[in-house]
Ligand binder design. Structure first.
Ligand code: NAD
Length: 321
């Protein structure tokens, strides 16, 4: 069979082409358990060599650890800077939230230093539902536009859980202000509500990244971390779906990732990875989707198991729009 490569997909109007599987670097901050620096470097290297060109981090992940480890790992690749796309965030820190002009302006310099980069491709306001959305519109995004003019960032994004935050902001800023949105836990087998927003985002020319196809670990054999905010009902349903797959000799993570990847209106599916094994499994899942399609039978069985909790989410932030 001819060698397969990971699909590259355009990101809104940015001109960037992201690998369909993006490398979520929050696990490098040890938020899903311990990871040695050696394993982290090997995972990043393997991902890059298998066609992943998009890496996402934040100063919040592991209290800056993820940015530091990712920066070292990318540097160790020894490839030209334009071979990979890096996204980091601002406004959310171990100490709390701060979307002020002063904080986000300082934040990018700190991130660039930790990442050992001269610029990032994307700077995203992190989990904006925890701040004032009007501050994001009136202060934070104009500050990010200045960082863009200064060449420290190429594109601007916003992230968060409630989908209403995206329309709130995008309806209030001039076109072209926000280049990309990053949504999470809303395009997985158990929750696909992001789908309804895709035509609107397309009409605005905004690129779409969807994170957490494994529902932050719930759609894995090992299950989610202690801090996972889902209800016990949702966790139990995901556990039942994972057990069902295991009994059939199938891997729920593979199926869950393929489900998210199948929607090509989403530019990149960001999956958190912390080992070469996970990287290899996830890339293989993407390549297999392109050649052989999905195991529709098992997908339909787990869809049935998850039906009672379909689209169930959890509260996030200080306001719900
Ligand atoms: P995820 O759904 O990608 O799950 C990650 C978990 O699944 C980790 O424990 C990982 O080790 C495990 N995993 C990965 N591949 C596996 C495999 N093949 N088999 C078994 N387990 C596997 O959740 P996530 O990491 O939270 O999301 C992905 C990325 O998206 C994050 O790392 C982060 O970069 C980004 N993200 C951003 C936001 C935001 O901006 N608000 C929110 C969530 C996620």
């Amino acid at each position: 069979m001819a060698a397969q490569t990971l699909q590259l997909r355009p990101l809104g109007n940015t001109g960037l082409k992201l690998s369909s599987v993006g490398f979520g670097a929050s696990p490098l901050g040890k938020v899903f358990g311990d990871v040695s620096e050696q394993d982290a470097f090997a995972a990043v290297r393997e991902a890059f060599h298998l066609g992943v060109n998009f890496f996402d981090t934040s100063p919040y992940y592991g209290g800056t650890l993820s940015e530091k480890v990712l920066g070292k790992a990318l540097k160790a690749l020894g490839v030209p800077r334009d071979q990979y796309i890096v996204s980091t965030k601002c406004g959310r820190y171990k100490e709390g939230f701060d979307f002020s002009v002063e904080r986000v302006t300082k934040s990018i310099d700190e991130s660039l230093e930790r990442l050992q980069l001269d610029y990032v491709d994307m700077l995203q306001c992190h989990d904006i539902e925890f701040g004032s959305l009007d501050q994001i519109v009136n202060e934070t995004l104009p500050a990010l536009l200045k960082l863009k003019q200064a060449g420290k960032i190429r594109f601007i994004g916003i992230t968060g859980l409630p989908l209403g935050i995206f329309t709130y902001v995008l309806d209030r800023v001039p076109p072209g202000t926000v280049d990309v949105i990053l949504s999470y836990c809303h395009y997985s087998v158990n929750d696909s509500t992001l789908e309804d927003l895709l035509p609107y985002l397309k009409s605005k020319g905004v690129g779409v990244i969807s994170a957490s196809p494994l529902s932050m670990g719930l759609l894995t054999e090992a299950g989610g971390p202690e801090w996972h905010p889902a209800s016990s009902e949702l966790k139990a349903a995901c556990r039942a779906a994972a057990d069902h797959c295991k009994e059939k000799g199938k891997n729920i993570s593979k199926l869950a990732l393929q489900y998210s990847l199948a929607n090509t209106d989403i530019s990149s599916i960001l999956v958190g990875m912390k080992s070469v094994k996970e990287v290899e499994e996830n890339i293989a899942a993407a390549l297999e989707l392109a050649t052989a399609g999905m195991d529709e039978e098992t997908l339909s069985e787990i869809t049935d198991i998850l039906k009672p909790v379909k689209n169930q989410t959890w509260p996030s932030g200080i306001q719900q729009s």
